[in-house]
Design a protein around this ligand. Structure first.
Ligand SMILES: Nc1nc2ncc(COP(=O)(O)O)nc2c(=O)[nH]1
Length: 271
């Protein structure tokens, strides 16, 4: 899953793809590098970001999604808003990627249920001190966990149960541990180490580690642009662990790393 952030302030590529043509061109590049899906988002969720008006978010993503869908590219819309998801689906988006896991907008479940789109439910638990839901103001205050893997797993299963209760087939649900969302480096590494516990739920799992701060911390404070090899290593290991997908900004390095992981597991290059 290649990332195209049509935003002004995403942490690693903010502002580069605000222009629809630039965003479409970037998406074509990512597909050329091997992306099976392009994730298009119009609202940054990085720490310190602020919510953008729904109309602005919609107007950012819809033209890009419509152009890409018209070219036969599989697009996921990265949004917490039902109105934006509905507009994106109408424009041809194939997947809804919801970092709030269906909790930011009470109408989202119905929009997804009325479609046939897969729904990516990401984990993002409000911290006790957060002034309201984390998505109200994009809060990343670290929350406390006794057993982050067990708790994230259980909370994701609860979110999945709510979606299934609303009539969404379990085959349409993808779960995502939400690396870096009100989680520190220790939480993130525990979740990657514990990925088999998420795989054991039987749901498809998406991993989003690309260029994130915990990788920079591992590498002595490396800046986002210098985290590509670490991101690719995570992708290879996530593939090895059976993850359904990885959400990355640089697809080529990840595609290469996954090819190596697959050849290693097969004991040889594809015939
Ligand atoms: N499903 C999912 N969606 C996401 N959207 C945005 C970001 C933040 O990263 P970005 O600002 O680099 O896009 N991370 C995720 C993630 O980990 N999983």
């Amino acid at each position: 899953m290649g990332v195209v952030n049509v935003t002004a302030d995403s942490f690693s590529d903010g502002g580069r793809y605000l222009d629809p043509e630039a965003a479409v061109a970037r998406a074509r590049e990512l597909v050329g590098d091997g992306a099976a899906i392009v994730d298009v988002g119009g609202e940054s969720t990085r720490p310190g970001a602020h919510r953008v008006p729904a109309e602005l978010e919609r107007d950012r993503v819809v033209p890009v999604i419509a152009a890409l869908a018209a070219e036969g590219i599989a697009v996921s819309v990265d949004t917490m808003r039902a109105s934006v998801a509905a507009a994106a689906l109408d424009a041809g988006a194939a997947i809804v990627n919801d970092v709030s896991g269906g909790r930011a907008d009470p109408d989202m479940t119905r929009v997804v249920a009325d479609s046939d789109a897969p729904w990516i439910l990401m984990h993002w638990r409000p911290s006790p001190g957060a002034p309201g839901p984390v998505w109200a103001g994009i809060h990343h205050e670290i929350t406390e966990y006794d057993d982050v893997v067990a708790e994230v797993r259980d909370e994701l299963l609860h979110q999945a149960d709510a979606a299934i209760a609303a009539g969404i087939a379990r085959e349409r649900i993808v779960l995502d541990p939400g690396l870096g969302f009100a989680k520190n480096a220790a939480h993130n590494w525990a979740l990657l180490h514990g990925l088999p516990a998420l795989q054991d739920t039987g749901f498809r799992i998406l991993v989003g580690a690309s260029r994130k701060r915990f990788l920079g911390e591992l590498l002595g404070g490396r800046e986002p642009a210098g985290r590509e090899v670490a991101t690719a290593a995570v992708s290879a290991l996530a593939a090895q662990a059976g993850a359904w997908g990885v959400r990355v900004h640089d697809v080529r390095s990840t595609a290469d790393a996954i090819a190596v992981a697959q050849a290693w597991r097969r004991g040889g290059a594809p015939t």
